[in-house]
Design a protein around this ligand. Structure first.
Ligand code: ADP
Ligand code: NA
Length: 327
């Protein structure tokens, strides 16, 4: 296997929840241990496709930096940077956008979901998959860790790379998805939908900064069903199965092992077993986030150094692109 260039981005939307960690960030930390070139971006330019309070956005960027570091992203092994610090993202997005069609973008899920397909939706919301393609191609990424929800956007990046190569000469490698094992975490309040920051009820998710008593309280309120036993059957028992999945992701135990170990335990009691597993896994991360949040100077330094390394690559790519395009 030749060395990969791995790129992924996350929006600075506040403190991540355990779904973000178990479904994405944990894997981000592992990928940097495998000898690849790994680049992670806090994609603040994507954030402003929906309304943002400027002071809050600024805080969120530092919070996300602290969280990524606490989750194991090591700035000596990965390039960790803020997207808006590298102007070539916007420049390459323009070039790629000139090769994208309205018809293609209209069918992408982010536009359908957030704009309600209304023509009054922001132009940025419509075009941001092009910016995502630029994020990836600017580093000539060969692999992109994504959730299943992002597959169509990665296909757009592949299509734009193909179109660019067709018009201007073979230049961009086609980025492949790393889907990993999908550790999808469901909402604690609506177990048929995924745990998400966009759900209004804060009890629906466990944030990485929730202290142990809050974790126990939220687990206690998790929606299950009237069958008081521990089994794994996501179709008929989504609530308790979600708890088993969280338990498994936090301990490495299989669903079978968990169900066997907790046979005969009432669901109400089992919730505290899961809470303890979550606390054991996540509390060191919480402690580290709190420590890093107090060290603004350190976080600024990490982002500054990351931007410098990212810019080195981005400038090279974009200067090649300019020549190919005829600028
Ligand atoms: P949210 O839906 O909370 O806004 P994002 O869309 O910002 O989360 O997702 C950030 C990353 O976390 C993505 O890679 C996404 O696939 C992953 N992710 C988000 N929610 C979950 C979840 N409930 N379970 C597993 N992974 C998730
Ligand atoms: Na989302």
């Amino acid at each position: 296997d030749s060395p990969r260039t791995i790129f992924s981005g996350i929006q600075p939307t506040g403190i991540p929840h355990i779904g973000n960690y178990l479904g994405a960030l944990q894997q981000w930390g592992q990928l940097q241990e495998e000898g690849h070139r790994v680049i992670y971006s806090i994609v603040d330019m994507h954030s402003i496709t929906v309304p943002q309070d400027p002071a809050q956005l600024r805080e969120n960027i530092f919070d996300m930096t602290a969280c990524l570091l606490a989750c194991g992203i090591d700035p000596d092994k990965s390039i960790l940077f803020q997207q808006s610090s590298v102007s070539q993202h916007a420049e390459l997005a323009w070039v790629l956008g000139c090769k994208a069609t309205m018809a293609r973008l209209k069918h992408l899920p982010q536009w359908k979901a957030k704009s309600g397909s209304k023509e009054e939706g922001g132009v940025g919301l419509f075009t941001y998959p092009i910016l995502q393609a630029a994020d990836i191609l600017l580093y000539k990424a060969s692999h992109v860790p994504i959730g299943v929800d992002q597959v169509q956007h990665l296909q757009l990046a592949q299509d734009l790379a193909t179109t660019f190569n067709y018009h201007y000469g073979q230049y961009f490698p086609l980025p492949k998805a790393i889907l990993g094992e999908t550790k999808k975490v469901q909402s604690l309040r609506k177990p048929n939908s995924k745990m998400s920051k966009s759900e209004a009820d804060p009890k629906s998710r466990i944030d990485l900064t929730d202290p142990p008593d809050v974790v126990r309280e939220k687990m206690k309120k998790a929606i299950t069903d009237f069958n008081s036993s521990v089994t794994y059957d996501p179709d008929t028992r989504p609530g308790v199965s979600n708890l088993v999945r969280i338990h498994s992701a936090c301990t490495g135990l299989s669903y079978d092992e968990i169900c066997r170990q907790n046979e005969g335990i009432e669901t109400a009691k089992y919730k505290f077993v899961v809470a303890d597993a979550v606390i054991a896994k996540m509390d060191p991360i919480r402690t580290e986030i709190l420590r890093l949040q107090k060290d603004r100077g350190f976080l600024e330094g990490v982002l500054r150094e990351g931007a410098r390394k990212a810019r080195d690559i981005a400038e090279k790519t974009y200067s090649d692109v300019k020549k190919l395009v005829g600028f």
